[in-house]
Design a protein around this ligand. Sequence first.
Ligand SMILES: Nc1ncnc2c1ncn2[C@@H]1O[C@H](COP(=O)(O)OP(=O)(O)O)[C@@H](O)[C@H]1O
Ligand SMILES: [Mg+2]
Length: 603
Amino acid sequence: MEEKKITWSTLGRIVKNQKFLNSLIWPEKKWLMLGMAFLSVLVSIFPFLRSGAEALLINLLTTTKNISFYNQDLIFYAVLFLVASFIPAFIRSVDRYFEMIFWYYVDEKFKFLVAEKNSQLDIATHEDPKKKDLFLRVREDALFRVRQFSERQFRFIIDILQIVIALGVLTTSSWWLLFIVLLSTLPELLVESKYGRRTWATRADQSENWRIFWRYHNYLESLRHVVEMRIFQNVKYFLQVMKKTLFGLRVEEKRHEKDRLHDSFLSQVLSQGTLAAVYLYFIYQVVNGEILIGTFLFMLASLGTLRAGLSGLALNLARHYEDSLFMTDLVNFLTLENIIKSRRQSYKLSRKNPPMVRFDNVSFSYPETNRQIINNFTLEIKAGEKLALVGLNGAGKTTLIKLLCRFYDPSSGGIYINGHNLKEIELDSWYDQIGALFQDFGTYDMTAKDFISSGRISPSASMREVIAAAKKSGADDFIKKWPNKYEQMLGKEFTGGLEPSVGQWQKIALTRVFYRQPRLYILDEPTASIDAEAEAKIFEQLENLPDDITVILISHRFSTVRKADRVAVVADGELKELGTHEELLAQGGEYARLFKIQALGYE
Ligand SMILES: Nc1ncnc2c1ncn2[C@@H]1O[C@H](COP(=O)(O)OP(=O)(O)O)[C@@H](O)[C@H]1O
Ligand SMILES: [Mg+2]
């Protein structure tokens, strides 16, 4: 953990964070920021104008006998006093308006920056448990604090200007007074910053527990999980775990609050006591005729503003410091570098050449693990070939797909597309050729048509193509029976939504791949939840794809697999057998064994 103590480098860090955020905000909101700065200056000046005019007014009234209502000085001071009294109300309204506009802007800006960054980070970074804590702190805390942090710089203008002006006023009385007042504020500053740091440190220490808490919290909100919990009768158990976790998390925070109460009480005694002494001193001066009543009131008001400015500054500095720790998280997050890097001068694949894929002696272990999941895997997939990958659960089939999509880089060996190492290919030009259906595909709450046409983003989704794709996957059969047909809202959480069955979801997801019209289909158990008859039809579609379209299909159904041009059998991350269905059967190896087991089941 960094930054346990407040040092110059922590202050440097605050400045750095502020600079980083402002460099994002300033170019887009110059005028708003300048406007807010200007208003802050006005806000700090007006209280002095008002109490100054008031002092002059009182001095005039108390020293001039039989003063006329039309006395020139009187009129001038009175007008000054009135103007200085009512203008701040208008300033405050405008200030509030600017502030809200600024808040909304910062909130939107950073919500999107974080979402965008999340989507750009590679899978390996997302799966890194250490990064997960950072992600959580960014989502739960930093996003909420970034608004305060960027807004508070204007508070500083007010605090500092008020202090400077008040000091200027009070020095006309006596300068040693200032020292006492300044010194008495110091403990407050120390107390605030001490607890600011603790709050962050506790949060940071307990990130993982907070993650557990939120995970359980989400389970209880997800229908899928709640249904399971009810039937397993363990809702109570989940609630108890949550309670225990939250209670544990709060124990330390509650203790901090108690300590803080104690410390801030002491620091208040000191500063309020000092103030009382200074008041007495001023009264003494008035009694001795050293200052006029109006001046006395002006000094009191200035002293009050000075105190307010100083404790405001202390409080704001402390909060700023606390927020800055979270801002460091945000800055770290926004500047995270991907592990998988696209070279600057990378090779662009052309859609003209159908992709030929070659795994060349690929070995791979997942980051931060020791077990080698893929072992010296070599396989060439010709352009236009329909290849089936088979193997037991955990053999490494999905991992091979992830490597092919460059979610990870091989630990050794390489993957080549048309002879170019995947590491040197511009990923966008590669993804342009791929249509993938992952085993754990995502479902989206949008209309069927929007979801399917999201397979290929173009200015106008063609309904004709959507339907044609749905016919290939067999989804058309049920979509056209829905009340709103292709405009049907998917997912039950939105008005008029309808929950497709698991198999239907899979068909819809597959439709999206067909709609994309890729050069390379990557299908990871695309028909796992689809009935045998529909599956046969889908595979017929895949078989009938033009000769230059490649298909890599993972499936456990041999009725489908047997129709592929070639079958690759994967076991323990190695390529065990390769050939046509007939060849592999004749070999009498693993493939033949698995095939016979399934065939027996049908007899
Ligand atoms: N993200 C991951 N991190 C670490 N290990 C993983 C990860 N994903 C999969 N594995 C491991 O890799 C092995 C192969 O998994 P996978 O490729 O999904 O198998 P298959 O698709 O053939 O069933 C399994 O032992 C699994 O536990
Ligand atoms: Mg798999």
